[in-house]
Structure formats: structure tokens, C-alpha cells
Design a protein around this ligand. Sequence first.
Ligand SMILES: N[C@@H](CCC(=O)N[C@@H](CS)C(=O)NCC(=O)O)C(=O)O
Length: 217
Amino acid sequence: MRPTITAFEISPDRGQGLARDMRVRWALEEVGQPYEVRLLSFADMKEPAHRALHPFGQIPTFEDGDLALFESGAITLHIAERHTGLLPTDAQARARAIGWMFAALNTVEPPVVELSLATILERDKPWFAERQPVLEARVRTVLEALSNRLGAADWLEGEFCAGDLLMVTVLRRLYRSGLLQAYPKLAAYVGRGEARPAYQRAFAAQLAIFERSKRRD
Ligand SMILES: N[C@@H](CCC(=O)N[C@@H](CS)C(=O)NCC(=O)O)C(=O)O
């Protein structure tokens, strides 16, 4: 039996691969695990049937046999722990790689999401002009530190790992802001992630769903 994940029936990002099912797809592709996808509308996500899987009524979820998981980080960690290729075998390197997963989701993603949500939802509000530079400065603070740590390395912890996978998906959310492009090492790092064959397959799969939904309109 293949695991089943959930994704947007019509992704608000119009197939740019910014929705969080992309992380799970990419992880599954990296480890060579085929999967099924159940598509959901915004209304479906708030129905009791989906809330039984995801208390917050969101995507992605992951079902494998009688295991149901929500939270893209937990799902990625589960996949990485059960297959080879996304976490180092050495115990200390593995702990550091998991640390980068948390850094991506706990330290880098919050200011990135705060900026992108404000740009979408508050752009026409009277306070936005004052708030935007504050939010951008918070993002720059984490980008500066991350870029310094990455230095000339290809990946955060030696070989590509689940920490890179999550970090790249978080950083991609900055394209529209133009902030990522100001950090050439990070832009190149994201480019290396996007060039991976597993990433390309995951991206193509989510884009195909969006293209199909457009044809149905
Ligand atoms: N922390 C959660 C966030 C999940 C999340 O925000 N999902 C978005 C799509 S990327 C969603 O379902 N949005 C629809 C909604 O909240 O109604 C994770 O990493 O899985």
C-alpha cells in the first residue's frame, strides 16, 4: 500500500510549489517512495472527516496504514527516519541534521511567513508602509545568519539532508519579496535544491494538478 498525502485541489500559489505538500512530495521522491494524493477544497479541509486527520483543518496530511500524521515537518521527519537518504547515519550528524529541520520551521519560517502573509493580506492597510520594513528586517536578520553559516558549502550539514529540504522550501517563499536574491549564497543554495531530480518530479506533480484545475474552469 502506498502512503496517501493531501494537497490543495486548486493551489492558491497557482502551481509555484509553495504549498507545504511540496515538502512531503519532495521527501517521498528523494527516498523513492511512490504515493497517492487526495485533493481537497478549502471547504473539504474544514469538514469533520479531514479534521479527524488534521485538527487545524489544513494540508498536508500523511496516511500510511493505520498511521495518520499532520505537520509537514513531522511528516518529513517520519519519511526521513524510515528510509535512507535524508538523514546521516552517524548519530551526531543525524542530530545536527534534525536540528536544521527545526531551524527551518521554527527560526526561519516564522518571519518569512509573517512577511508574505502581511504582503498578501495587509498591503492596502494604512499601517502596511510602516510594518513592511520591520518585517523585512526580521527576515534579513535570519538570512544574514544563515548565509554566513552556509558559507561556501553546498549544504548545511555536509551531504544534502532533510534540513536542507525544509530550508529550501521555506526560502522559496521569499522569491516574490526579492529578499532572497540579495543573498547570492542562499539563492544558489535554493537553486541547488531545485535542480535535484526528486525536487523536479515533486514540482511537476503539483504543477500538473494546478494545470488540470485550470483546464476544468
Ligand atoms: N505548520 C503546518 C502549516 C500547514 C499550513 O499552513 N497549510 C496551509 C497550506 S501550505 C493550509 O492548509 N492552508 C489552508 C487553511 O489554513 O485553511 C505544516 O507545516 O504542515
